[in-house]
Design a protein around this ligand. Structure first.
Ligand code: GDP
Ligand code: MG
Ligand code: K
Length: 274
């Protein structure tokens, strides 16, 4: 069968450039259902594999507050692409990894295409891709989308990953004893609910705790009109008002630690216009 790849990344990370490098003219442009957000889909052949590439809207996060973010994460959790290719701007890696962590949390295999390696190099930013890959537990492939450098490596990794040729063991953020306890309890309750087989329960649990409206709706929970049963799901889980902020903080510090271990920036902070 064919392999479906979803392309996800921050705006200006090079998503369109990579999409075009992958699919050339073999693509169609339409809208995502019900909204005027552009949807591009293309095809390519790699060795004997037909690969379908779906371009997701550019986003910085996967919160439920913007239509682009909802489209991107719904596509991944509902349509279940085989692989999520996450384009990361190497010259702005720390900010970009915030989305990466959230993509990894969704549960589908993620491959990071570390783009703009030429710009990073010019700025003297050195990234240890192997170590970054170890730290995240996902493949990291350096690319320069404008020159189509690394694109073949990227496809090779994607196909190998889908065929089980490489292990996929993403690292999970440890949110700390208290939050992890709440996640665990919520997962136990979600296990008793039917119709959730396709979802990553840890991700769903995090979203319940974050009071993510789209996920609460999916679970048939409306915060304002919760029934007894529904309350039981979040009962004892004492939703703190700033749970979302707490989780976000953990993500930022986790990323900062990974970046400190894998990225070297030039000491000289002088701005040069070249
Ligand atoms: P998108 O917003 O993610 O779709 O990003 P685009 O594909 O439109 O790229 C944003 C800008 O970065 C464009 O001017 C691209 O030509 C440029 N760009 C994309 N990839 C690379 C790269 O690897 N190196 C360099 N130097 N520029 C790139
Ligand atoms: Mg674009
Ligand atoms: K809350």
């Amino acid at each position: 069968g064919s392999i479906t790849i979803a392309l996800a990344g921050n705006p200006n990370s090079g998503k369109t450039t990579l999409f075009n490098a992958l699919t050339g003219a073999r693509h169609s442009v339409g809208n995502w259902p019900g909204v005027t957000v552009e949807k591009k889909e293309g095809k390519l052949k790699y060795r004997d594999n037909e690969i379908i590439v779906v371009d997701l809207p550019g986003t910085y996060s996967l919160s439920p507050y913007s239509i682009e973010e909802i489209i991107a994460r719904n596509y991944i959790v509902e349509d279940l692409p085989d692989v999520v290719v996450n384009i990361v701007d190497a010259s702005n890696i720390e900010r970009n990894l915030y989305l990466s962590m959230q993509l990894i949390e969704l549960g589908k295999p993620v491959v990071i295409a570390l783009n703009m390696m030429d710009i990073a190099e010019k700025r003297g930013i050195k990234i240890d891709c192997k170590k970054l890959s170890e730290q995240l537990g996902v493949p990291v492939v350096p690319i320069v989308a404008t020159k189509e450098e690394g694109v073949d490596d990227l496809l090779n990794i994607v196909v190998n990953l889908v065929k089980g040729g490489i292990p996929y063991n993403p690292k999970q953020i440890d949110f700390g004893k208290e939050i992890e306890g709440k996640i665990e309890k919520t997962i136990e309750k979600l296990k008793d609910m039917s119709g959730l087989e396709k979802y990553n329960l840890r991700w769903l649990a995090l979203k319940v705790l974050e009071e993510d409206e789209a996920v609460l709706k999916l679970l048939g929970m409306n915060l304002k009109t919760k029934t007894e049963d529904e309350i039981a799901v979040t009962n004892e889980i004492s939703l703190e008002d700033d749970f979302e902020a707490l989780i976000a903080d953990k993500r930022y510090s986790y990323i900062a630690e990974i970046v400190s271990k894998t990225v070297k920036k030039p000491k000289n902070k002088e701005l040069t216009m070249s």
